[in-house]
Ligand binder design. Structure first.
Ligand SMILES: Nc1ncnc2c1ncn2[C@@H]1O[C@H](COP(=O)(O)OP(=O)(O)OP(=O)(O)O)[C@@H](O)[C@H]1O
Ligand SMILES: [Mg+2]
Length: 426
């Protein structure tokens, strides 16, 4: 390394060679400026590292998404059967407790599948124009009961705030994961978790040291900042923070931040992290601001005794899902016809064109939900179709926009969720 007169640091390659000129011993000295060469080599190494990292992330994502998908179908059968058994059993029965434990364990498994799905970037289903400040206000109670009693929650929310195009369920998942981490970092001590929302113009320079700056462009961003006064992180932890299954906790699974990363990537956002050991941590999630006003959240009404009537066609390639789906729909008062994605479902529909609605699985091997949907609409343009899926890519759900899809239900679902979804389309 050499410093030039102007103080600029340059890399130089130097040669020193003893030589003899006319019987006199001399030293031959040569220096070559290799600053540009070194920079090019460093850039190339950086690029290769990034590429390798991106490939690793991609294959982990595919793996996580695949497992989550199969998991969801299995959970559908476990949760659905426990749900129905609980309904049919005498409330005094000693088996009620066991069934409730099955329900609790499968809810935890569904949560795990949800984190994996989020990491794989395949869990974004319903995109709305969201007001992040309002979303947080609605979560206040849930957050208060989820954090340690020693932690104080402080809100500092911007009103009004530009909307973001996002999936509300996934935004809640981000907030939950970050706030739980903040509370765990505070531990048994007293501390503060400050949640701030706002909006800022980000230039390329500001976006330089963020996570996921691959396709991020300068512009207006809505931010969500979650700061805690907890234990903070050292450099080594910071570099592994977003790796799936990286955890420093005894009971941790290491999927929380991986899911946050997957969701933010799916929303074309970015993450900034500031942390110092023993001082605390701040996560700043940046999401592109939209110029459309926010929509109202879909409110759910809850009456548990609702019943429907008529015929329903349920198309799914998984036999377990068909089995439990049939029982749930029968419980809701419907006559159920089931079919897999082969030829039989078309025949079944032609024989029963008067079905009240059709439930289609989105990912099936022979003919996927989208193709089935097209065929159904050709056969009967006003047919009501609900898509069900354990996982899907955002682009797939976009394919249905404007095509008259009646509804969507995410697997695994409980009877009460199915009831709300069906009531919503009839
Ligand atoms: N706010 C924070 N303060 C200090 N360390 C943190 C914070 N958030 C995350 N970390 C560190 O990053 C690691 C990974 O976090 P992540 O949420 O992915 O997994 P986890 O919390 O250990 O387990 P899980 O969320 O799956 O239950 C944590 O184990 C912890 O070491
Ligand atoms: Mg966590």
């Amino acid at each position: 390394m050499m410093t030039t007169k102007s103080g600029e640091q340059r890399n130089a390659l130097m040669y020193l060679l003893p030589i003899v000129i006319q019987d006199e011993k001399c030293l031959f000295f040569m220096a070559r400026d290799v600053t540009e060469l070194k920079r090019a080599v460093d850039d190339r190494i950086d690029f290769e590292k990034q590429l390798l990292h991106a490939q690793k992330l991609e294959s982990l994502g595919v793996l996580a998404g695949g497992i989550a998908h199969d998991f969801n179908n299995l959970l559908m059968a476990i949760m659905g059967n426990a749900d129905l058994a609980l309904m049919r059993l005498n409330p005094e029965s000693p088996a009620v407790d066991n069934l409730k434990r099955i329900e609790q364990a499968s809810a935890r498994a569904a949560d795990l599948a949800k984190q994996m799905l989020a990491y794989s970037g395949k869990g974004k289903f319903v995109v709305e124009h969201l007001d992040m400040s309002r979303l947080l206000e609605e979560m206040l109670h849930m957050l208060e009961v989820s954090i340690s009693k020693k932690a104080v929650l402080r809100f500092n929310l911007m009103h009004p705030i530009p909307s973001v195009e996002a999936d509300a369920t996934q935004m809640r998942q981000i907030v939950m994961n970050l706030v739980i981490n903040a509370s765990e970092a505070i531990g048994d001590k007293s501390g503060v978790i400050a949640i701030t929302t706002g909006c800022m113009d980000c230039d390329r320079n500001y976006l330089k040291d963020v996570w996921l700056d691959e396709n991020i462009s300068a512009g207006l961003y809505v931010y969500l900042e979650i700061a805690d006064s907890g234990c903070g992180m050292d450099k080594a932890t910071m570099t592994k923070l977003f790796d799936p299954f990286f955890t420093t906790k005894f009971t941790g699974r290491g999927l929380g931040m991986a899911a946050v990363l997957g969701i933010v990537r799916g929303h074309k956002g970015a993450i900034k992290v500031y942390s110092e050991p023993n001082k605390g941590t701040t996560f700043k999630i940046l999401l592109p601001a939209s110029d459309r006003p926010a929509e109202l959240f879909n409110g759910h009404t809850h009456t548990d005794d609702w019943k429907g009537s008529g015929k329903v066609l349920l198309v799914d390639d998984e036999e377990t899902v068909r089995g439990i789906g049939r029982e749930m729909l029968q419980e809701l008062g419907f006559t159920v016809i089931t079919a897999d994605d082969g030829r039989e479902w078309v025949a079944a529909f032609k024989e029963n064109p008067d079905v009240a609605f059709v439930i289609l699985d989105l990912t099936m091997p022979h003919m996927d939900g989208e193709q089935c949907f097209r065929v159904l609409k050709q056969l009967k343009p006003d047919v009501k179709v609900m898509i069900s899926s354990g996982y899907s890519e955002q682009e797939v759900s976009i394919k249905f926009v404007g095509k008259g899809l009646a509804g969507f239900i995410q697997k695994p679902y409980k009877l009460s969720v199915l009831r709300d979804a069906v009531r919503g389309i009839l």
